[in-house]
Write a new protein. Structure first.
Length: 251
């Protein structure tokens, strides 16, 4: 699998390349944001490791631009310790983040976990998806490969989501969160449970990471007025998926 590393510090780039290549990955590299975007368009990598502080175009803007045309998983690197900076990266579209200095072994572990989650997603590099009609499925999970609730269809093998006639482009983590919730309707998940289940390894983040991804997932699913609000907040506990919600806006 091919990994694009966008990092301007030569020593960090060298270490990342060494450990990734030892793990069997092909590495392509850029040292500024513009070059990184050009490489992404040309190479169509399976994952991007993106430094936040870059010359010419910073990592936050690079992340936003990639998200405009692709759902490639993005692991963001940052030297900033503040929670607000990390949350801003997640809101820009990053799937995960590591704070510098980091362990190269942990970096490889996270890369493997993210790629395992994104494996089998044939649309990860497509700029646009063709909308499909949802029909009128029954409000229940009706096969091992597909989850359906009303006009919401989640196809597991293709990682495709149709929300009431419109195809929704989700990041790896957004899709995995939706599946975790929708596969157990009406079950209340704590943030810690979702971190363990969706991130798939000993994650060092906090519950705010879940909140940010839930927020972006909701925006995408509920972008069209009148679409039911399936994902609901259970105050003081976490989140749940409601199979037949009312049309009222939820918190």
């Amino acid at each position: 699998m091919k990994i694009l590393v966008i990092e301007d510090e030569a020593n960090i780039m060298q270490v990342i390349r060494l450990y990734l290549e030892q793990a069997g990955y092909t590495v392509v590299a850029a040292t500024d944001g513009i070059a990184g975007l050009e490489l992404h368009a040309r190479e169509q990598p399976d994952l991007v490791i993106l430094d936040l502080m870059l010359p010419i175009l910073d990592g936050m803007e690079v992340c936003r631009r990639i998200r405009n045309w692709a759902n490639t998983p993005i692991l963001m690197l940052t030297a900033r310790q503040g929670e607000d900076d990390r949350i801003a990266g997640l809101e820009a579209g990053a799937d995960d983040y590591l704070v510098k200095p980091f362990s190269p072994r942990e970096l490889v572990s996270r890369v493997k976990a993210i790629l395992r989650r994104s494996a089998g997603n044939p649309e990860a590099h497509e700029q646009h998806a063709t909308a499909e009609q949802s029909g009128t499925p029954t409000p229940q999970a009706n096969s091992k490969d597909e989850i359906r609730f009303g006009g919401l269809i989640v196809n597991l093998p293709s990682r495709r989501v149709i929300a009431y006639g419109k195809q929704i482009a989700l990041t790896v983590k957004e899709f995995d969160l939706l599946v975790a919730l929708a596969a157990a309707p009406d079950r209340v998940f704590t943030r810690e449970t979702l971190l363990n289940q969706v991130w798939g390894y000993s994650y060092l983040g906090d519950g705010r990471t879940v909140d940010v991804h839930i927020g972006t997932l909701r925006k995408k699913l509920e972008a069209t007025p009148g679409i039911p609000h399936h994902i609901q907040t259970v105050w003081g506990v976490g989140y749940k998926f409601v199979p037949t919600p009312s049309q009222a806006t939820t918190a």
